[in-house]
Design a protein around this ligand. Structure first.
Ligand code: T5A
Length: 212
C-alpha cells in the first residue's frame, strides 16, 4: 500500500441523491486536470463483486441477516481492492468510486445498527491503511431522494426499507463528515442540478489545488 501514486475519490449519499448524475462531471473535471481516471462502483466493480451486488440488491434474499449483509459488502470490497482499485492506484491512475466503506458505516452501521467497532475491524483487515483521499457526500431530505429514485426504477432491497432506516443512514453520513471534515465534503443535493454541480466544481477544484 505504501507505493500508492493515484488519488482515491469516493461519492456517497442516500438513495436517489444524484451520485450517478454527477459522477460523470467529476470524472470530466479530473481528466481536464490531466489525470487518468478509473470509474468504478460498490458493491460491485469486478465480475465477482457484481454477482455479490445482485445478491445484496435483489429481493431473492429479503430478510438476510445484517451480519451476512456486512460480510458480503466486505467480500465484494476485498475483491474490488485486490483486482482493481489497488493496482490502478499503484499505477498512478486516479480511482473514482460510486460508494465505498462510508456507505457501510452509514447503511450497515446507522441503518442496520451494527456496532461501528465491528465495521472498523473489517475495514482495517480488508483495506489495511487505504482510505479515500476525498469523499463527497450528496445530502438531501429522505423523501426527496426516494421520490427521485422511485421515478427512475422499482425499489431495490435497500430502497424498500422504512423511513427511520434512511434517517439513520443520513445522520451517520453527516456524522462521518463532521468527524472528518478535511476528507469528507457535504454537498447540498436538494438544490437544482446546476447549483449542485457548482458546489461539486468548487470542492473538486479545491482538492485539485492541494494535489499540485
Ligand atoms: N450499500 C452500498 C450498503 O448498504 N453498504 C455499502 O457498503 C455499499 C457500498 C447500492 C446500495 O447498496 C447500499 C446502498 C445502496 O442502497 P446504488 O445503486 O449505488 O445502490 O445506490 P442508490 O442510492 O440506489 O443509487 P441511485 O442510482 O438510486 O441514486 P443516485 O445515483 O444517487 O441518483 P441518480 O443520479 O440516479 O438520480 C436519481 C434521479 O434524480 C434526478 C436524476 O435525473 C434521476 O432521475 N436528479 C435530480 N433531479 C432534480 N434535481 C437534482 N439536483 C437532481 N439530481 C439528480
Amino acid at each position: 500500500m505504501s507505493e500508492i501514486k493515484g488519488k482515491f475519490i469516493t461519492v456517497e449519499g442516500g438513495e436517489g441523491a444524484g451520485k450517478s448524475t454527477n459522477l460523470d462531471l467529476i470524472k470530466q473535471l479530473l481528466e481536464a486536470a490531466g489525470q487518468q481516471v478509473l470509474f468504478t462502483r460498490e458493491p460491485g466493480g469486478t465480475p465477482l463483486g457484481e454477482e455479490i451486488r445482485n445478491l445484496l440488491l435483489g429481493h431473492k434474499h429479503d430478510g438476510m441477516a445484517a451480519e451476512t449483509e456486512l460480510l458480503l459488502m466486505f467480500g465484494a470490497r476485498a475483491e474490488h481492492l485486490s483486482q482493481k482499485i489497488v493496482p490502478a492506484l499503484n499505477a498512478g491512475t486516479w480511482v473514482l468510486c460510486d460508494r465505498f466503506t462510508d456507505a457501510t458505516y452509514a447503511y450497515q452501521g446507522g441503518g442496520r445498527g451494527i456496532d461501528p467497532k465491528r465495521i472498523q475491524i473489517l475495514e482495517q483487515w480488508v483495506q489495511h491503511d487505504l482510505r479515500p483521499d476525498l469523499t463527497l457526500v450528496l445530502d438531501l431530505p429522505i423523501e426527496m431522494g426516494l421520490e427521485r429514485a422511485g421515478k427512475r426504477s422499482a425499489p431495490d432491497r435497500f430502497e424498500s426499507e422504512a423511513h427511520h432506516f434512511f434517517q439513520n443512514v443520513r445522520e451517520r453520513y453527516l456524522d462521518i463528515a463532521k468527524n472528518d471534515p478535511k476528507r469528507v465534503k457535504v454537498i447540498d443535493a436538494s438544490l437544482p442540478l446546476t447549483q449542485v454541480q457548482s458546489q461539486i466544481k468548487t470542492v473538486v477544484g479545491d482538492f485539485l489545488s492541494t494535489c499540485v
